[in-house]
Design a binder for this molecule. Structure first.
Ligand code: PFF
Length: 472
């Protein structure tokens, strides 16, 4: 294809791919899962799964992109024309995600502005979050701003847009998170025997809590462990941005002389490192000011419990809260960019139209979609019962379709395609160029042929609610 853009080198690629991988999943979802699933126990399980299962999915996506020099639809078609449908299905994941990602970006932007303008403590009020998302004007304005900034970066292309922004934002993010994590360890609240310190909180995060495993019957222990495994597995998916065509598109921009072994290792380390540091920052902060009960807030942790913690810190809370939400804006922006880029790249390949034209059309469509989804909490409020038992509004419905339904299904089919139809060598040959040896090759082969398809099937059945029905 003419005018094909490329990353300038390995660093540009690793930072852009890490920019996609590091997002609210690392800053908010990972810490709350770690708190819920026994601290150190979750960390160990997660780590083992990243270097096996995460590695396999990330390698497949990136190598497939570079080998075919295409985004998902064309990549699957080139791999095997009969499997083009899987490329189309993969393309539809970012198409769905993009309808709501800028809305979440807008929420985070709102909190960032609130903290940076010195009104952060208002955000600690119980109804602040609900008040904001149910306000049709504010929620729409913030979503639209986030959407337009993303579109502007995509419009500028891969080198001038995505790569340059990631090169600035990712190192700043890393420095900020390290600074806040160190600060969190110095916190102290309460007097005498009741005092809680950041270091106590760190222990809560790192020490494996095995009580639920060994406290009950053998069966209850096993089922608890299975729950942790599934949590860690779906988190890895989300966190590494795999099985949604994004890493296929980014892989297609990598030059042939880049050693993919190294890049993949660095992306794994970056993504897991940021998630780990985010936990080091959030869990001690919440523990010190709100105790272990504060951590039970689950998904509401970021927008409801965390601002309360910042408020309890006093003056320092303005600084820490502002820094946290600024980081979250950067992280969400680089992830949002990758979602829109995957859609843009596919559309450019299919229609043959230029980047400015495609971006222009997509900007109009997705600004409209973001407005509709943002209004899902006010003018367009609905309550829909989802197959996994929860009730959702427009945003939750889109999230359910992409994350719980499509992603495990796509991974299941793509590992079958690579493991059994194309054969693992189709991927390993791409990595082994210029005398480079593929690392963890046997592991990759076993994972892609046997382990991944089975685990994906279980994950799919579990997240669609079918597993519960089968086991009943
Ligand atoms: N990987 C991102 C995170 O961990 O927050 C989330 C994400 C990015 C999900 C891009 C989906 C996506 F298309």
């Amino acid at each position: 294809m003419k005018n094909k853009s490329n990353f300038t080198g390995q660093l540009g690629f690793v930072l852009a791919a890490s920019g996609s991988a590091v997002g609210v999943g690392n800053l908010w979802r990972f810490p709350y899962l770690a708190a819920k699933d026994g601290g150190g126990l979750f960390l160990v399980v997660y780590l083992v799964l990243v270097v096996t299962f995460g590695f396999t999915l990330l390698t497949s996506d990136i190598a497939m992109g570079r080998k075919t020099q295409s985004s998902s639809i064309k990549a699957y078609e080139k791999a095997n024309p009969k499997w083009k449908f899987l490329g189309i299905l993969t393309f539809l994941v970012p198409v769905v995600i993009m309808t709501y990602y800028a809305v979440i970006g807008g929420w985070i932007l709102k909190y960032c502005v609130t903290f940076l303008t010195g009104h952060g403590f208002d955000a600690a009020a119980d109804d602040y979050f609900t008040g904001f998302i149910t306000d049709p004007v504010q929620s729409v304005i913030y979503a639209a701003i986030f959407m337009l900034v993303t579109a502007f970066i995509i419009f500028r292309g891969v080198e001038k847009g995505i790569e340059r922004w990631s090169k600035y934002l990712m190192p700043i993010l890393l420095l900020l998170i390290i600074a806040v994590a160190i600060f969190a360890l110095t916190l102290k609240h309460g007097e005498g025997a009741d005092a809680r310190t950041g270091l106590d909180g760190l222990l809560v995060y790192l020490k494996p809590d095995l009580t639920p495993l060994v406290g009950g019957t053998f069966l209850s222990g096993v089922s608890h462990f299975l729950g942790i495994l599934l949590d860690a597995m779906s988190q890895i998916f989300f966190s590494l941005s795999v099985s949604m065509g994004i890493m296929i598109t980014y892989g297609s921009y990598v030059k042939k002389d880049v050693d993919l072994n190294q890049s993949i290792g660095q992306i794994e380390i970056f993504d897991t490192g940021v998630a780990f540091l985010a936990g080091m920052m959030i869990i001690p902060s919440i523990f010190v000011f709100s105790g272990t009960e504060g951590m039970a807030a689950g998904p509401g942790l970021m927008f409801v419990a965390l601002p309360k913690t910042f408020a309890a810190m006093g003056v320092a809370g303005h600084f820490v809260g502002g820094a946290f939400f600024l980081m979250a804006v950067f992280a969400t922006l680089t992830s949002c960019i990758s979602v829109l880029e995957a859609i843009t790249a596919n559309c450019m390949e299919i229609t043959g139209k230029s980047r400015p034209k495609v971006t222009g059309v997509l900007t109009v469509l997705y600004t409209a979609a973001s407005i509709i989804i943002a209004l899902g909490y006010s003018l367009l409020y609905v309550e829909v019962q989802l197959p996994n038992g929860s009730t959702g509004q427009l945003l939750d419905i889109m999230d359910y379709i992409s994350n719980s339904f499509m992603m495990p299904f796509i991974s299941l089919l793509s590992t079958i395609l690579i493991g059994w139809v194309l054969k693992p060598e189709w991927i390993s040959d791409e990595i082994e160029q210029d005398g480079i040896k593929m690392r963890r090759k046997t592991l990759y082969r076993v994972m892609v042929k046997y382990v991944c398809p089975i685990i994906m099937l279980i994950l799919f059945l579990q997240s669609t609610g079918l597993l519960g029905m089968v086991l009943k």
